[in-house]
Design a protein around this ligand. Sequence first.
Ligand code: FDA
Length: 407
Amino acid sequence: MPLTRALQSDYDSIIIGAGASGLMCALTAGYRGRNVLVLDHANKIGKKIIISGGGRCNFTNLYTEPANYLSNNSHFCKSALARYTQWDFQALVDKYQVAWHEKTLGQLFCDNRSQEIVDLLVSECRDAGVTIRAKASVESIKPSESSGYTLATNMGEFSCQSVVVATGGLSFPTMGATGFGYQVAEQFGHELIEQKPALVPFTMSQVWLKQFAELSGVSSEVIASCNGQSFRENILFTHRGVSGPVILQVSSYWNQGDTVSINWIPGTDIHVWLQSCAEQRPKAQTATILSEHMTKRLSHALCEQGQLRLLTDKGQKPIAQYTPVQLEELANALENWALKPSGTEGYKKAEVTLGGVDTATVSSKTFESRLQPGLFFIGEVLDVTGHLGGFNFQWAWASGHCAGQYI
Ligand code: FDA
């Protein structure tokens, strides 16, 4: 059965972007009887959904709450998240009998392929009578003389009563990301909150890489903290720096020049533990002691390189030979190990874009612009960025659903 009905030039609403938020908005409005067209310039729709979660789409998080989002206005996301919850999306996934599992920390992943999520959205759009066009580039948007808008595209002109900007952020340009949504926002007088790559690996200096690049592939559970935010998950050493969920999380709070603090032995009073080691195994070398809490490879590298090298005598110092002051110094160094990234891997590797369209002039109820009637912004193009773990898709579903009730 064809996905689309005959192309026509007059629509109630045109949604730019057939990603997570755009498709959710389209199906919601379509079920309300609205005549909706979705345009996407990419050759396939829902490309980011397909590559997400390592091909298994972490489609929501059981513990979604407003505290999981960064925005200049921390209240903006509350209403939509309450009106379309993680349980609502889970129910939609269950309606299509898509098999899923909770991986960790409330993160729900498909058992099989992310494509199943795209398929269910397309199926809902089809049932709701939505028209979807891929390979459709929007060249300009003009308010019509009477009311509504005219969109010039590579497929000709379309007119509509309302336009929804669902073009996402700047990350992963290879998947169709563009700054078009920001241009539209500026065209109609909206302010932008500065954008930067987030949920992104850090790159490290050449000097640091000489010391630690040999650990590439090693991972360990740590607490990483930056600018008052802490996360407990795995760090992963890479050829160019560090990655892993804890680094992606903390990257959203990191600014150029900041130091990230790493606690290598989370959940333990390190000073008390070292003291008891000194009493019970006085002759044991520092690196051997540390390998109780991490791999040998990591404990040796941490002691032989960088900030612990002198203090631990390259890991060989017996634990009982530390003075009380040195033992405290060692505990502090293990709890607040300084990681100073030289930068990030940028939009090429960032899962999301921090910042975006300032929410101050967008309604948190309808997602309509307060400056330009009939213009809506949803999803990642807005200045709302979730933590790692399914929160960004939940924002896309929630904002898309809520806007779909008003367009
Ligand atoms: P989205 O990016 O989904 O869609 C925007 C659409 O607009 C695209 O289809 C694009 O082609 C189209 N577009 C852009 N410019 C256009 C133009 N000028 N004209 C027409 N169309 C245009 N999140 C999560 O919660 N769980 C996860 O597992 C992951 N995993 C993940 C992995 C990777 C590698 C990335 C890059 C990102 C994730 N994310 C994620 C983040 C998640 O993918 C993202 O937050 C949502 O897709 C945002 O949904 P939107 O609808 O806002 O934009």
